[in-house]
Design a protein around this ligand. Structure first.
Ligand SMILES: *[C@@H]1O[C@H](CO)[C@@H](O)[C@H](O)[C@H]1NC(C)=O
Ligand SMILES: *[C@@H]1O[C@H](CO)[C@@H](O)[C@H](O)[C@H]1NC(C)=O
Ligand SMILES: *[C@@H]1O[C@H](CO)[C@@H](O)[C@H](O)[C@H]1NC(C)=O
Ligand SMILES: *[C@@H]1O[C@H](CO)[C@@H](O)[C@H](O)[C@H]1NC(C)=O
Ligand SMILES: CC(=O)N[C@H]1CO[C@H](CO)[C@@H](O)[C@@H]1O
Length: 326
């Protein structure tokens, strides 16, 4: 089986190691610096679960689609930042001769709605998503370390056929099995939407606010003022989920808030959000696929999300300052 991994960050390297360990023929598409590092040093997966190390002879590395031979890939795993999706989907489309006719694309990214950019060019049956809440860091460009694991990596579809039924996750079972057999728990699900909205509720409540206030997740629950803001954000997202016909595991905001304050945040008290990490590194955040997606849906379905919009605008203001003062 031939697999192309686009985006060779912490998740991309870890997935690549999983696939190679199970005998797949893996190719990485990477930026120049990362390509150089993994061509020179090989790749390593360290931390939790089985550790792996592979030499550069055990995979291929590309920095340009033009170098890739035609009709090669059964699966493409997207593991880049969400900010690259517009670019990647267009490049894959204009270089689609590298794919087999029935190739499947699986998106391993944060947020919601990333598949929509790919559906502009590929059929709904081809596009799948993953819910990843495993923590990966990249101590060096060629090394992925698994630091936290809360639940299995879930693979499935968010797309519906003409009768309104979600496409079966069957075609990607082989990938979840390879991930699982490589040591990272993974399964398929026909309810991926619910799991992704659960992650959205959590990330949209905590990430932007923790980035603006520059504190970890736990600290946000210790002031009645920040709790007030987060409660509003959660209520607004519930209204959006309902109005847009999506589903989640909780029937009321209150039900979710109870779990959020009693378990979800305490369990991740010290976590510093990726949004905060991006801002400290002066790089663009993934806010557009988190809060930005909530706002987009609110506009489509006419839901009031004032608090979310305010938070989003503050993050965008911080980002635009980076451009001015870089
Ligand atoms: C492995 O994948 C590459 C594409 O990167 C392809 O050119 C090569 O033929 C594949 N090898 C095998 C043994 O299928
Ligand atoms: C292939 O992708 C590259 C981006 O790497 C793009 O510049 C190019 O236009 C695409 N199409 C072809 C036919 O090469
Ligand atoms: C995943 O792997 C575990 C053992 O590591 C096994 O017990 C379980 O059945 C596997 N699950 C799937 C879906 O393959
Ligand atoms: C979202 O939350 C998960 C935990 O559910 C966390 O692992 C992940 O880093 C968060 N995503 C972002 C974009 O911060
Ligand atoms: C659902 C929700 O919390 N909506 C609020 C959005 O913001 C406006 C103004 O701040 C509030 O009046 C709504 O209650």
């Amino acid at each position: 089986m031939n697999i192309l991994i686009i985006g060779t960050g912490a998740i991309g390297v870890a997935l690549g190691a999983s696939m190679i360990s199970q005998g797949a023929n893996v190719s990485f598409f990477a930026r120049e610096e990362t390509a150089k590092a993994i061509k020179e040093n090989g790749i390593k997966r360290t931390g939790l679960f089985t550790n792996y190390e592979f030499t550069p002879e055990q995979y291929k590395v590309y920095i340009d689609y033009k170098e890739i031979p035609k009709s090669e890939f059964d699966f493409v795993l997207i593991a880049s930042k969400t900010t690259a999706n517009d670019d990647i989907s267009k490049s894959l489309n204009s270089n689609r001769s590298i794919l087999k006719p029935n190739s499947k694309i699986i998106i391993f990214q944060n947020g919601f709605g990333n598949d929509e950019l790919y559906i502009r060019f590929f059929s709904k049956e081809q596009i799948f998503c993953a819910r990843v809440i495993t923590g990966f860091i990249r101590p060096k460009r060629h090394i992925s370390e698994i630091t936290v694991h809360t639940a299995p990596i879930l693979l499935g579809s968010l797309q519906k056929d003409d009768n309104g039924n979600i496409f079966s996750s069957k075609p990607v079972e082989i990938i979840s099995k390879m991930i699982n057999d490589s040591g990272i728990p993974s399964e398929t699900t026909e309810e991926l939407e619910k799991y992704l909205w659960a992650k959205m509720l959590y990330n949209c409540s905590l990430n932007p606010l923790s980035a603006i206030l520059r504190v970890n997740y736990g600290k946000l629950t210790e002031s009645e003022y920040s709790v007030n803001i987060m409660n509003k954000i959660i209520e607004e997202i519930f209204n959006v989920i309902k109005a847009s016909g999506y589903h989640t595991f909780w029937s009321t905001p209150k039900e979710y808030q109870d779990l959020f304050y009693s378990k979800l945040v305490p369990d991740t008290y010290n976590h510093r959000s990726s949004t905060l990490q991006d801002i400290l590194k002066k790089q663009k955040t993934e806010i557009d696929t988190l809060t930005g997606k909530v706002i987009e849906l609110s506009e489509k379905y006419n839901v009031d999300v004032t608090v979310n919009k305010t938070i989003y605008n503050i993050i965008k203001t911080i980002e635009s300052d980076f451009l001015i003062f870089k």
